[in-house]
Design a protein around this ligand. Sequence first.
Ligand SMILES: [Zn+2]
Length: 494
Amino acid sequence: MKFRTTIGLEIHVQLKTKSKMFCRCDNESDKAKPNTNVCPRCLGMPGTLPVANRQAIEWTIKTGLALNCKINEKSKFDRKHYFYPDLPKGYQISQYDEPLCRGGKVDLRSSIFGPRSVRINRVHLEEDAGKLIHKDGSSYVDLNRAGTPLMEIVTEPDINTPFEAKKFLQELQLIVRYLGVSEASMEKGHLRCDANIDVKDDKGRMSEIVEQKNINSFRFIERALLYEEKRLQEKYLDWPKGKTKVTRGYDSKKDSTYEQREKEEASDYRYFPEPDVPEIEVKSEKLAPSKPEGLKVKSNGIDIEKIKAEIGELPEDIRKKLESFGVAEDIREKIASAPDHARYISDAKKVSQSLASWITNEVTAEIAAQKIRYEDYKNNVPITHLSDLLALVESGKISKNSAKGIFKEMVKSGKRAVEIIKESGLEQMEEDSGLEEIICEIFKKNPKEHQRLVDGDEKLIGFFMGEVMKETGGRANPGAIRSIILDIKQKKKG
Ligand SMILES: [Zn+2]
């Protein structure tokens, strides 16, 4: 029996705005005691009115644009009703039939499944609910999270393997991090994923659709889906006649899934338009160049062009750019998957393999060692300064080893490499600057080793190079030492 798996994802991304979605409470509750970061609005008290967070709306549009979506000119919020202890209002403000963004796509590349495009059905904005905490046989409600802005991204069922699902989720995490709209940490619950999976056989029969809710790690999403795929294939004789949906949870300890409840249909939520929040108008208005300065069009609408201009390079742009410079794939991926590195190279005209690998190794290590922020590092060592340093290594002016020391100093002081070299005399010795005398001196001090070298034991070259390096404090050019050693040896023989 041949099976085909279909997977669609619904991803919730917590936006890192300063305040919550419809009130002024701080949006950051990580360190707050339960129920201290709340106000009458996010507690859902009668008589309070929600005011939409403009930043959250703009960031959702920004994400939609980055995912190649069409932005709806008009959209609105709706009330989604359900009863649960962590939802004091009895409804959640969400978007139903007029979301902010529709119809996009994300391109994925992998050596395992090749190029693939996953279509996006919609991106909408809503508020999060509170949290239930179950402890010592009791249940507690913490409403600090209630009202946090949550962006929901829904894909079309274009994913065919659990591995692709994981890859998609990782790419999406990267994109929202590049955009700077969310920390998107799965461990902290900023990025949560529901997955819908079904399996069809070659006779066109279809299993039930299984929804797995709130999967909170990349590893678990792949494992939960692998488990479910296998389970559905094995029970194919019992597949239902009609289309049915069930919800199953994933138990990471047992690495298996268990049945939860029948999935609710949209009609169960009794959606209706939120009467207290006005419609969102999105306009694309560019000022005509002939308009006199200061005469701006006044509008409460959201300006798409302005948001577009803020998007900048995305992970796939970085990969392509590095590929065009001939940077190896593993290093391309390392840079693309670190938004800080990606932003760092965005000003560079050219990124060589050596510059790219210096960034992934030395820069990362030095930032960690000096315990500084990437921003501080970037201020002290703009990418052009780092390119200059590596050019000095390539031209043989300094050795790679002393470049590491100089780099440390650059990060600390913000000075350029040439200044540091001048100050500390680290410049490599020229071939004619007494290197030959030093080498002769070392030969005299080590007569036995010298004789073996003359007799043809090439291993001794390394020994003498080490001695010369010690003597010169690492300033001698290794190529020059080697050629002088071989030269003198040749002369001796002759
Ligand atoms: Zn509040």
